[in-house]
Design a protein around this ligand. Structure first.
Ligand code: CA
Length: 270
């Protein structure tokens, strides 16, 4: 089932595969490609994404050619790489088989696109943290969103080995708590909630008022994993990263459902 309805612009039909196969997956050459991306997204329940310029749906196909893998189960490791630096990992829930008994997998993934020049590509590994076996061709696109236009932005990423669910929270001084459970409240907006790893989750405070924001991280679920989960939070005010940022922390199995990590409190004065 597709997670989203792509309601408006399909900006590009982009790539054919053309992968470098210097170290291919066993079996044959994998087909990996980005077939398009879109903005103006709308969730099926009608909850519009109001800041769609910040987030695009990237979609395409990956072929899992490892003969050791079962065709019914996505057990490869693939990610969307933005501008060679930011990783948006494709979890099992992002992957849908194109046809039964077929090794082709369709994916959709929300990706954050900052202003200016961006690149997107797909990388495939045999397992998390493994050597990159194949790259797709590179898509070039321009974003029109800038963190400098926003009051306070926080981002959370965690390690890509265990599929734990960490939740970024931003709490304002009016009692509002923005997180995956309440992604659009008090002028604060969670762009991409990630329940199966590994972020990034972004929350942006958009109300231009004098305010205090507390940034916290909650270990919401271990999703059946039991390894320590190192994570990192970046905080920006008026587009400038705080000098102490990024902040680092490690959650342990006993931390699930416990007290959140209180990262930092930000006083915003325009
Ligand atoms: Ca989460």
């Amino acid at each position: 089932m597709r997670s989203f309805i792509i309601s408006t612009l399909i900006l590009g039909l982009l790539l054919v595969s053309g992968c470098d196969t210097t170290d291919p997956l066993p079996g044959s050459e994998a087909l990996i490609r980005i077939t398009g991306y879109a903005s103006g997204t709308e969730y099926i329940d009608g909850d519009n994404i109001p800041f769609e310029d910040r987030v695009l749906v990237v979609y395409g196909e990956v072929t899992d050619t490892d003969p050791l893998n079962t065709p019914e189960l996505w057990d490869g490791h693939a990610l969307v790489l933005r501008s060679k630096t930011e990783r948006f990992i494709l979890s099992e829930i992002d992957m849908q088989p194109v046809e039964e008994e077929d090794s082709r997998w369709w994916f959709e993934r929300l990706v954050r696109i900052p202003s200016g020049f961006n690149t997107l590509e797909i990388q495939v590994s045999a397992f998390p943290g493994g050597v990159v076996l194949e790259n797709s061709e590179v898509v070039e696109l321009r974003g029109n969103w800038s963190p400098g236009r926003e009051c306070v932005v926080a981002s959370l990423e965690w390690n890509d080995v265990d599929r734990a669910n960490l939740d970024l929270h931003m709490l304002d001084d009016l009692g509002n708590d923005c997180s995956e459970d309440d992604p659009n409240v008090g002028g604060m907006r969670l762009d991409i909630g990630d329940s199966y790893g590994f972020g990034p989750e972004y929350i942006t405070a958009t109300d231009d008022r004098q305010a205090t924001y507390a940034i916290e991280v909650e270990y919401a679920s271990d999703n059946g994993q039991d390894s320590p989960v190192p994570c990192e939070v970046h905080v920006y005010v008026n587009g400038a990263e705080l000098t102490q940022s990024p902040y680092s922390h490690t959650f342990y199995p006993d931390d699930v459902g416990g007290d959140p990590w209180q990262v930092v409190e930000v006083n915003y004065n325009f």
